[in-house]
Design a protein around this ligand. Structure first.
Ligand code: ATP
Length: 484
């Protein structure tokens, strides 16, 4: 575990050094739990988003994509339950002013106890949380003499609920009526557009609506890099089904989503299901797909069978009928008629998927060369199809007409995939830089190219090199990319 902590720190440092991820507003000492994606991170993130979008919409007959606004009518969040329920019980230490999520504080403490004792404590905590018994939670913390990690004292405030939504004012007059929220999830933008999309798209149930976009949560314990952020991006899909068929679709999406994660290069043994035992009041089944991050198994994606809760709530709060007329015939030969559809949701954080991919890709390799000396490299083995740069084009020297030939190849390839041109430094150094950003293929143009129009193609993963006719480079790279 200690090694993994070091590995995680190395990955974070690498992300910064090679332009994948920077702390937001670093110039002003940063903004906590907010990050910027740099020149390598932004294209990698886009490739992941595009891969998800393609698999959900282009590759699926019955799913369409939308792009709803971040700002929504405030009643949306009343109806969804976020105004009243989207909160965590928190407690502050009066000496250090450090704020803790009550469940995190107790979980950390439980880890220090013998297993059976820790389990009893966590069961008690679950019961108190379910009953919203804040006095009981405080007593539990005090009776165990649980201390603040900073002040080392047991001087606690009362337990309070802390809403995770960010609010702001719309319009010029500040006041209660103008308070609007930065959406804490993208799903509600889909629910409120259910009828619009169903009617204008003449969609027939079962069908889905997909969306990617920013979400905001005022997470109190925001750490672990881009795993838990205050501003992040979600990729969500709500699949609307006939009531009574939701379990079939739930099983379908549970399996389908794990397969998709495997298809973009995540090994099956690094993924596992975690079924929710305690369900949210609106759900009749829920599962997390967890990934083994360097800091342990954690949720990457959630699949939730949400019943008709959301549409029903919006119907009630908007006072507008949100129903679907199903003209398929029932057993009596009559149309099934009107109902509020049930929903199966798939929800994945794009940033968490990014972290998954870079955690898997980052590798430090050491080997002994033929002359007995040691060598090493840091390589990002990002699956070629999602790598930010696909091909580096490198003239061996900055003279003798080699850059001109390289430029020709660059012009030929760049309309088809992302290329990178570099002529500075020794070739070995340039290869290492390409390894560090995860470029799967490099092509070197040398003096032999002028004689026989061949180039050296070098493969990132095994550093193999082979001579290839320059005229075949584009087709060869396209073929290699299509295999993944
Ligand atoms: P967690 O239990 O980790 O707080 P959650 O159960 O609240 O997550 P959901 O509300 O189901 O998460 O959101 C769906 C997905 O959005 C999660 O699986 C995760 O990938 C992503 N996500 C949620 N919160 C964050 C966050 N603060 N930062 C980055 N990604 C997030």
């Amino acid at each position: 575990m200690a090694n993994d902590a070091q590995l995680f720190q190395d990955i974070i440092a690498h992300c910064k050094e090679y332009g994948f991820i920077f702390q937001s507003s670093e110039l002003y000492d940063g903004l906590s739990a907010v990050y910027d994606y740099g020149q390598m991170g932004a294209p990698l993130k886009k490739n992941l988003r595009d891969a998800w979008w393609k698999s959900m919409t282009q590759m699926h007959d019955h799913i369409v994509g939308i792009d709803a606004a971040i700002f929504m009518h405030p009643t949306t969040w009343k109806a969804s339950g976020h105004v009243d329920n989207f909160s965590d019980p928190m407690i502050d230490n009066k000496d250090s002013n450090k704020r803790y999520r009550v469940d995190h504080l107790l979980e950390l403490y439980a880890e220090t106890l013998p297993e059976a004792e820790g389990k009893i404590l966590l069961d008690m905590m679950d019961q108190l949380l379910a009953a919203n018994d804040f006095d009981g939670l405080k007593q539990l913390i005090e009776s165990r003499q649980i201390k603040c990690s900073v002040s080392k004292t047991c001087n606690w405030t009362d337990v309070r609920q802390f809403n995770l939504m960010f609010s702001t004012q719309m319009g010029s007059v500040a006041g209660e009526a103008d308070t609007i929220y930065l959406r804490p999830e993208t799903a509600q933008g889909i629910f409120v557009n259910f009828l619009n999309v169903q009617k204008t798209g003449r969609m027939k149930i079962p069908f889905g609506i997909a969306q990617t976009g920013k979400a905001f949560r005022n997470e109190i314990v925001a750490r672990q890099f881009i795993f838990r952020m205050r501003e992040f991006e979600q990729m969500e899909m709500q699949f609307f089904v006939r009531p009574g068929t939701q379990m079939e679709w739930y099983s379908y999406w549970k399996e389908h989503r794990k397969k998709w994660l495997e298809s973009i290069g995540i090994p099956a043994d690094k993924l596992r299901y975690h079924d929710h035992v305690k369900l949210a009041h609106y759900a009749d089944a829920a599962v997390d797909i967890e990934f083994e991050f360097p800091f342990g198994w954690k949720e990457l994606e959630g699949i939730h069978s949400r019943t008709d809760f959301d549409l029903k709530q919006h119907q009630e709060y908007s006072k507008k009928k949100i129903q679907y007329f199903d003209n398929d015939l029932n057993e009596d030969g009559k149309p099934i008629g009107n109902y509020i559809p049930y929903v199966v949701e798939t929800s994945i954080g794009l940033d968490r998927l990014f972290l998954t991919v870079i955690s898997l890709s980052y590798q430090e390799e050491h080997w002994t060369k033929e002359d007995g000396s040691n060598d090493s490299r840091v390589v990002m083995k990002i699956p070629a199809a999602i790598a930010p740069v696909k091909l580096a084009i490198l003239p061996l020297l900055k003279k003798d007409g080699l850059p001109e030939i390289a430029r020709e190849l660059m012009n030929e390839c760049r309309p088809h995939f992302q290329c990178f041109y570099e002529e500075k430094d020794a070739i070995g150094k340039r290869y290492r830089r390409m390894d560090a950003i995860g470029t799967p293929f490099c092509v070197t143009i040398d003096h032999q190219t002028k004689e026989d129009q061949t180039v050296t193609i070098r493969y990132r993963d095994d550093m193999r090199q082979e001579r290839t006719p320059m005229a075949q480079v584009r087709a060869k790279v396209l073929e290699l990319l299509s295999k993944i």
